[in-house]
Design a protein around this ligand. Structure first.
Ligand SMILES: C[S@@+](CC[C@H](N)C(=O)[O-])C[C@H]1O[C@@H](n2cnc3c(N)ncnc32)[C@H](O)[C@@H]1O
Length: 192
């Protein structure tokens, strides 16, 4: 998966930037995730060595390439994105037989993965901002669809909705991002 700048990628970034003004709450930022966010996500996944990963809020595929790079050749990735225009860009950008792309809402995860190999995945990577309405429900649904050892990587300023369900193992501060963000690495809560 090429990581360099190409005209296509610049067009995707500009498209994402423009789309922010149509849906500022859903995107939470006019900028795609920074290279530090994608790098840290990849490093976390490579340590955990997942085979089946779910990505929530894939946008135009900014983190998707890094996730694919961290998967084995027989790994599988399910990318879920809510917004039609972003989903269409994602379809144009991601062309990897290991990736399946679905348009939908993370809150409907159970229905989206029922009967697929993505039930009880090895890892979930979410950049859906936990400032959206329904983020409490989103975290609850994720917690019901994972195993105790599933790695949950969540980019968000506000981690409050995660706390009833997940233990946060590590947090990376991402200062050079607009806005500054935090990348949380979590697993299902082991005790109250
Ligand atoms: C902060 S952007 C991240 C985009 C991209 N993954 C990145 O890292 O640059 C959040 C993404 O989550 C999507 N999103 C927002 N709410 C969602 C939901 N309920 N279910 C799925 N995707 C959602 C937005 O459309 C947007 O693409």
């Amino acid at each position: 998966m090429g990581k360099g700048l190409s005209w296509k990628r610049i067009r995707d970034s500009l498209f994402f930037f423009g789309y922010f003004f149509k849906n500022p709450y859903g995107l939470s930022t006019p900028m795609e995730s920074s290279p530090k966010i994608t790098r840290l996500t990849g490093e976390e996944l490579r340590q955990h060595q997942p085979s089946r990963v779910i990505e929530l809020g894939a946008g135009v595929g900014t983190v998707t390439g890094e996730i694919l790079d961290s998967l084995p050749s027989d790994g599988q990735l399910l990318c879920i994105e809510k917004e039609t225009p972003l989903f269409e860009r994602l379809q144009q950008r991601i062309n990897d037989p290991r990736a399946q792309l679905l348009q939908g809402e993370g809150q409907n995860l159970r229905e989206l993965i029922k009967g697929t190999p993505f039930e009880k995945p090895d890892a979930v990577v979410s950049t859906v901002p936990l400032t959206i309405p329904g983020s409490d429900e989103l975290c609850r649904v994720i917690s019901e669809e994972v195993r105790p050892d599933t790695l949950y990587v969540q980019l968000t300023i506000n981690n409050t909705p995660m706390k009833p369900y997940f233990d946060i193992l590590r947090t990376y501060r991402i200062r050079w991002n607009l806005p500054p963000e935090k990348l949380h690495v979590a697993q299902l809560k082991t005790k109250d």
